[in-house]
Design a protein around this ligand. Structure first.
Ligand code: ADP
Length: 338
């Protein structure tokens, strides 16, 4: 193999640039030519590709976003799109590709493998919802942003004896909310994976907290709680109880407890900004590992973090794995955060 490509796909996350940099520099060091594919699989279909040199990734380690840009590409889900992508690979001499993204992007990588393009995938998303890996690039940065924002909200809640209902990203999963809850001492959290009851898990927790002398409260709610997807155990409940948005949730808190409540939707601020040291390090290690696989002629693999070690799995096997929600940590947070 002489030439490898690299692309970022799906939602962006902090640390994607760090991974791109590591792949580029390590691949060049191994004597490969490196091609940067723009806007995910779109670039592969349209031929939006430029050669990357060591200097192309200078100054990128500390930058959020992805300089290769990313996109969702519906055309690539069709056989015709994949065939176009394979043609482009031939045109540019690309024999292997490192794909950084989520589950959807991994499926695309597998499809390319089936057509003879050797792919290795890296888990990149703030949501930490990739079942095969304990960790995904971007999670730590997003978590730290949430913690900073919630700390700020807590200051003003304290000044006004208010409750803040904070909507947290995470797609269909509650990992960002869980770890933010542990890190901020939120009064309550609601995640898609665990059924909740408004009276027991919100009102009574606020009452308990009030009995200890507290007058300000933080409630973290995963955005996924409001999504109509089978994995969300609370969708029917929030619909039936008229609490199917952060604003409606906050209004209900105020109505049921008498505490003034406001919603705060953190949104895409969680996806931007400079990656933390942890994300830079893991992105670098995973990028380095991915090139090692390709160099040894190994492909159709996802690079993962398992028990604090970087390893790799077959893409299809990886997609079929399960990652049960950590109820123990959920219960721990609820016991300690009053
Ligand atoms: P993520 O990678 O973050 O899970 P998506 O699910 O949006 O994000 O997938 C990103 C891109 O990967 C899609 O826009 C599409 O180009 C490609 N992709 C997703 N699912 C498939 C699939 N089943 N087969 C081929 N390509 C896919």
């Amino acid at each position: 193999m002489k030439t490898i490509g690299i692309l970022t796909s799906g939602g962006d996350s902090q640390g994607m640039n760090a991974a791109t940099r590591a792949v580029t520099r390590k691949a060049l060091d191994e004597g490969f030519r490196v091609m940067g594919i723009k806007k995910g699989y779109n670039g592969l279909i349209n031929g939006e590709i430029e050669e990357l040199f060591a200097s192309s990734v200078s100054g990128k380690l500390s930058r959020g976003g992805t300089f290769l840009q990313t996109a969702r590409c519906l055309e690539f889900k069709e056989e015709a799109g994949i065939l176009k992508a394979v043609e482009t690979c031939k045109e540019f001499g690309i024999e292997g590709i490192v794909v950084i993204g989520g589950d959807g992007s991994f499926r695309g990588a597998r499809d390319l493998c089936l057509h003879g393009i050797k792919c290795v995938a890296l888990p990149g998303t703030i949501d930490n919802d990739i079942v095969c890996s304990d960790y995904t690039i971007g999670f730590d940065t997003a978590l730290n942003i949430v913690v900073e924002m919630v700390d700020r909200l807590r200051d003003t809640c304290e000044s006004h004896d208010r409750c803040s209902v904070v909507q947290i990203m995470g797609k269909n999963a509650g990992w960002v909310t869980l770890e933010s809850s542990i890190s901020t001492g939120a009064t309550a959290m609601v995640v898609p994976e665990v059924e909740f009851d408004f009276e027991r898990d919100i009102v009574q927790r606020i009452r308990k907290s009030q009995a200890l002398g507290k007058n300000h409260f933080i409630i973290l709610v995963s955005e996924g709680v409001f999504f109509d997807v089978p994995s969300n155990k609370n969708y029917k409940y929030v619909k039936e109880h008229g609490i199917d948005s952060a604003a409606a949730f906050a209004a209900k808190v105020q109505q049921m407890t008498g505490v003034e409540a406001r919603e705060a939707i953190l949104g895409h601020v969680q996806r931007g900004g400079s990656p933390t040291a942890r994300d830079r390090i893991i992105a670098t290690e995973m990028g380095n590992y991915a090139v090692g696989l390709l160099k040894n002629g190994i492909s159709n693999r996802v690079v993962v973090m398992k028990d604090n070690k970087i390893t790799d799995y077959d893409i299809l096997e990886a997609l079929q794995m399960k990652k049960p929600f950590d109820r123990e940590r959920f219960n721990m947070a609820n016991a300690i955060n009053i």
